[in-house]
Design a protein around this ligand. Structure first.
Ligand SMILES: [Zn+2]
Length: 91
């Protein structure tokens, strides 16, 4: 059955670490953009992880340093978050 693409708000989540038998504490903080549902749960757009649906984020609410930069997730993040108030990149 095809899922509707119209009503779904994009959301993001960390991967479901409990699903893996080797949790990696360094990458557990990465937040992925939700992609397609799979047999195992909600997949990330980069296709690397099953997401923890117990803790959803809005895309705008995810800090840049924890955003997944994998292909698929990377293109989905909103780009308007870099403002003049953050002067770290431009001295
Ligand atoms: Zn990802």
């Amino acid at each position: 059955m095809a899922t509707t693409e119209t009503a779904d708000e994009p959301w993001a989540a960390q991967r479901d670490a409990s699903w893996y038998n080797r949790p990696n504490t360094r990458t557990d903080k990465v937040v992925h953009v939700a992609g397609k549902p799979s047999l195992y749960g909600q997949m990330s757009r980069c296709g690397r992880s099953v997401l923890n649906e117990d803790l959803m984020w809005s895309l705008e609410g995810v800090p840049e340093h924890v955003r997944c930069q994998g292909s698929g997730c990377r293109q989905a993040w909103p780009v308007a978050t870099r403002t003049a108030s953050d002067g770290r990149h431009h001295p």
